[in-house]
Design a protein around this ligand. Sequence first.
Ligand code: PXG
Length: 460
Amino acid sequence: MNVVSNIHPTSALRESDAKHHLHPFSDHKALNAEGSRVIVKGEGCWIWDSDGNRILDGMAGLWCSQIGHGRKEIADVVHAQMCELEYYNTFFKTTHPPVVALAQKLSELAPAHLNHVFFTNSGSEANDTVLRMARTYWALQGKPEKSVIISRHNAYHGSTLAGAALGGMGGMHQQAGTVPGIHHIAQPYWYGEGGDMDEDAFGLWAARELEMAIDALGEDKVAAFIAEPIQGAGGVIIPPATYWPEISRICRERDILLVADEVICGFGRLGTWFGSDHFGITPDLMPIAKGLSSGYLPIGGVMVADRVADVIINKAGEFYHGFTYSGHPACCAAALENLRIMEEEKLVERVRDDIGPYLQAKWKELIGHPLVGDARMVGLIGALELSPGGRGATFDPVGSVGTLCRDHSFANGLVMRAVRDSMIIAPPLVLSHEEADELVRITEKTLDDTLADLKKQGRV
Ligand code: PXG
């Protein structure tokens, strides 16, 4: 066994990391000046760093560890699968038992009209697949010009070229270019952008931005609308109740494919198997990843509705798309075992009926803290908006207080993610009541520590 662990001192690991490792989404100069945090172990909702600190993983890795860290069941299943068939491809008229079983299982769990899945290695590749499949779908029906995909500002759909282009992160577009034929509309972010409108009216307004875009571009030019049921990386933006029904109406009436990006919302995060179940969305395409395997091995995919699958299967001839590792046997085995554990431990029901409501109630009480302008949560995905004076008031520069608060949170033993000046949590679905109490206790202390700093700096 050669498990790479903390046999080396932290300083040596940091030094070597800085010398050779380029990190995702990182300012390397700043990172290397400070040194990376070295994580060496995970168990349940906890991780350990190389200095021996035990930290509550309030972000489930990166929104993915539904069943928690260190589950030996998954390691055992993957080991057994690797001993039997470590890899074979699914191209050229070939399949294998784990991929067959996983495709069937996902068809059973997904909304009734989604009965096929195309496997990828990640959420980004799933969204590349969405773009290629949506355009192919319309082209096969004699409408090749129906090719524009409408997305939203501040959406996150991944970091491949198509994923980044579909996403609405301006910085990503500016840095490395984008893909033609993608159009962005407003996001349903009432707290930050709703102005004087009430929430329901704002939800309708934001949804009708889609209708206006379709009118402007021409219905015969628009292939699909893509959106996360709740925006994750954009800051846990929970749309007003009026939003999704109106979006659904527009897509139906205008014959636009509806794509629900379930990479974060899928697999129990909202207390339902999929975010689409929570919001009553009927998607035509549904990208998935993350919680599908709880991050034990990389796997993603696109769930495909019958009406799209029918065209791809019966009209496409060959669909020129696929990855060497589409439906990798070991990854499929890990995903199947993850789903088995989720069902056996009733994690989705637990989030809906037990730990979800329990944590939500405590989380929403944080609105009473002087730094908190909003406290929201659905299932086990939540945000606190930090503000110097309630809704409408922002810190200058935006983002500086979020980062400060995140650093306090880590130092206090809790991983939270900062998006602008909001603090985000999405803990494992196995979170216990005691761990939920601990999460809220550390959050309160973290808010107090942040407020004390701001007072010292004369910023509040
Ligand atoms: N769609 C959504 C909704 C996502 O959240 C992807 C697609 C891309 O998945 P992959 O597996 O290619 O990363 C994601 C990923 C963050 C953060 O900082 C969020 C994601 C990835 C990395 C960082 O919150 N989400």
